[in-house]
Write a protein that binds this ligand. Structure first.
Ligand code: NDP
Ligand code: 8X3
Length: 252
């Protein structure tokens, strides 16, 4: 098994939902954590509630220069990143493409695709030089299927899937592992963000069935990371039991 307690782990989007749950799971194992998100107050509250060493990075992953600076100037104990968990992401709107909001499209593409690229580009050279590391992307069932009005969000998660597969090829001659963990419906702040703060509409998404919790995904990510060095879980799709596909969820 991989000894997670000895690892330095980056979690992007650690201020909420799946990322926060991942941070708590790795903290429970004793990892050294680098937590990144825009809401520094949330990160600090999280850091003060967990017992391991934590570095909080107030970071917008869309800002290429800021990402390069942040990961290029990590303080000594955090410098050698072992596990990168590219989790930061969001959806904006659920509209037919011809009625969509281009500002929302840009937020999704800039965060889910370009942000993941910037962080990976900043962290991977160190892993390659040290011949050690693991990149775990948080994709989505929306990276495998397209649902009505999901257009740009689904495209961004298909891009994450393509980038994961590209990285698997690019790193095949290294000991670095690449994985994607791809959830279905997880109850987090995701839908509230998608619907621009409309809490009632967001709650309706998770009504009538048992959605996944952030902790369910965190446990899967932890399991993927803990496999022995020769085992690379390339892809894992996780759905609530009541969900059969991106478009079919059985609601009572
Ligand atoms: P949340 O809204 O609860 O969390 C999203 C996280 O991403 C927050 O910590 C947020 O932090 C961070 N984030 C968003 N934009 C940026 C940015 N520009 N720079 C840095 N951090 C950013 O949603 P989830 O936990 O559900 O989402 C996490 C990931 O899981 C996303 O990639 C999402 O696409 C994916 N996913 C979610 C599913 C679901 O049903 N919930 C299902 C499948 C995949 P802050 O706002 O502080 O910057
Ligand atoms: C989030 C899950 O089905 O809302 O990626 O797109 S879904």
């Amino acid at each position: 098994m991989t000894d997670i307690a000895q690892k330095t782990v980056v979690v992007t989007g650690a201020s909420s939902g799946i990322g926060e749950a991942i941070a708590r799971r790795f903290a429970a194992a004793g990892s050294r954590l680098i937590l990144a998100a825009r809401r520094q107050d949330r990160l600090e509250a999280l850091a003060s509630s967990i017992s391991t060493n934590c570095l909080c990075l107030e970071l917008d992953v869309r800002d290429r220069g800021a990402v390069a600076d942040a990961f290029g100037s990590l303080p000594e104990p955090y410098r050698n990143v072992d596990i990168l968990i590219n989790n930061a992401g969001l959806s904006r709107g659920l509209d037919k493409l011809h009625e969509g909001n281009p500002d929302g499209w840009e937020e999704m593409i800039d965060t889910n695709v370009k942000g993941l690229l910037y962080v990976s580009r900043a962290v991977l050279p160190g892993m390659v030089a040290r011949e050690s590391g693991h990149v775990i992307n948080i994709g989505s069932i929306a990276g495998h299927e397209v649902y009505p009005s999901g257009n740009v969000y689904c495209a961004s998660k298909h891009a994450v899937d393509a980038l994961t597969r590209g990285l698997l090829l690019d790193l095949v001659d290294t000991p670095i592992r690449v994985s994607t963990v791809d959830p279905g419906l997880v109850e987090t702040e995701f839908s509230r963000v998608r619907f621009y703060g409309d809490a009632e509409r967001a709650e309706r998404v998770y009504k009538g069935f048992q959605p996944l919790r952030g902790e369910d995904i965190a446990e899967a990510v932890y399991w993927v990371a803990e496999r022995p060095a020769h085992v690379q879980v390339a892809q894992m799709i996780i759905l609530p039991t009541a969900q059969g596909s991106a478009m079919v969820t059985h609601k009572k």
